[in-house]
Write a protein that binds this ligand. Structure first.
Ligand SMILES: Cc1cc2nc3c(=O)[nH]c(=O)nc-3n(C[C@H](O)[C@H](O)[C@H](O)COP(=O)(O)OP(=O)(O)OC[C@H]3O[C@@H](n4cnc5c(N)ncnc54)[C@H](O)[C@@H]3O)c2cc1C
Length: 273
């Protein structure tokens, strides 16, 4: 990357309100942004600020980009006020990516919850592009309640692939919301797994507690530490190892991550915070 601070402007072509707190921006950058699935970009709102976000679209598409964003604070509040036709800035991509070559011929397991589904949708759509390269893809997706489920309009299309299993579970079904799929913490879906844990990869992203208990459950199932891939969404600013805000032991979450194997970071302090 020649100038890591270089900002490319992108116009918002569509806004999808996925759930009360999560929306997907469909963006048209003024020039293509080539990234590998798992990497992130810094998205800025002019005169307001910026934050790290992972594209939620396939890495085979570089002239457009989807970014799915949860409203959590100052910048994301402005993101949630943005409208079609507005412009945002994008810089990057930064960081590590999912090692797709290691997933060839495997039963790929994806486990995520909340807005952690954003990088996982990028991975999933990228895998679907070459779906025959993988023996199967199992995607366990969690949400707090039916109305918090995201990518609702795409689920039935994904379920058409014969080697894809897309299973959703919600923590609870409040009165007045309809649901006829699984109920319970998404990690419970791991209880009856029919995938050989010794040879297959598992990719995890979501709220810290979900990542922690999901990883522990995978280990209990017999998954290898080196086959569990975690996307670490640590607080970070510059995105490329200058500001040192995201140091994790010998690693920078921005530069060496955000994608790490559990094996590589298991002894670092505060990985589940
Ligand atoms: C590599 C990476 C990829 C990410 N991808 C996505 C994504 O695709 N979609 C998405 O919605 N969010 C993603 N995040 C989290 C996102 O960056 C933060 O939620 C956002 O920057 C918060 O900005 P804010 O100004 O609205 O929040 P603030 O007002 O700064 O803070 C509000 C709350 O958010 C927490 N927070 C702030 N920055 C971060 C951060 N970088 N990571 C985690 N928590 C944070 C604060 O501790 C505080 O609790 C990602 C984070 C990283 C590091």
């Amino acid at each position: 990357m020649s100038n890591p601070y270089r900002v490319i402007s992108a116009s918002i072509t569509e806004v999808i309100q996925e759930s009360p707190l999560i929306r997907t921006l469909k963006l048209l950058p003024e020039e293509p942004i080539v990234f590998k699935t798992g990497q992130f970009v810094e998205l800025s709102i002019p005169n307001i600020g910026e934050g790290p976000f992972t594209p939620s679209s396939s890495h085979y598409i570089s002239d457009r980009m989807d970014i799915t964003i949860m409203k959590t604070g100052f910048v994301t509040d402005y993101v949630h006020r943005a409208q079609v036709g507005d412009t945002v800035g994008l810089r990057g991509p930064y960081g590590s990516h999912y090692p797709l070559e290691k997933f060839d011929g495997k039963d790929v397991l994806i486990l995520g919850g909340g807005c952690g589904l954003a990088p996982l949708r990028s991975l999933f759509l990228t895998l679907l592009h070459d779906v025959d390269r993988y023996k199967s893809i199992t995607f366990f997706a969690g949400a707090k309640s039916p109305q918090d489920c995201i990518y609702k309009d795409q689920v039935s299309g994904w379920r058409q692939f014969p080697t894809v299993r897309f299973v959703r579970s919600v923590d609870a079904v409040p009165e007045g919301q309809e649901w006829n799929e699984d109920v319970g913490l998404v990690t419970k879906l791991l209880a009856n797994l029919d995938i050989d844990p010794k040879t297959n990869p598992a990719i995890v992203c979501g709220p810290p507690l979900m990542m922690k208990f999901g990883t522990l459950e995978l280990l209990k199932n017999g998954f290898k530490e080196s086959n569990i891939y975690l996307s670490m969404e640590k607080k970070m600013y510059c995105g490329f190892g200058q500001c040192r805000h995201c140091v994790m032991g010998p690693y920078y979450a921005c530069k060496d991550g955000p994608v790490f194997t559990y094996e590589s970071i298991k002894n670092e302090e505060g990985i589940w915070e």
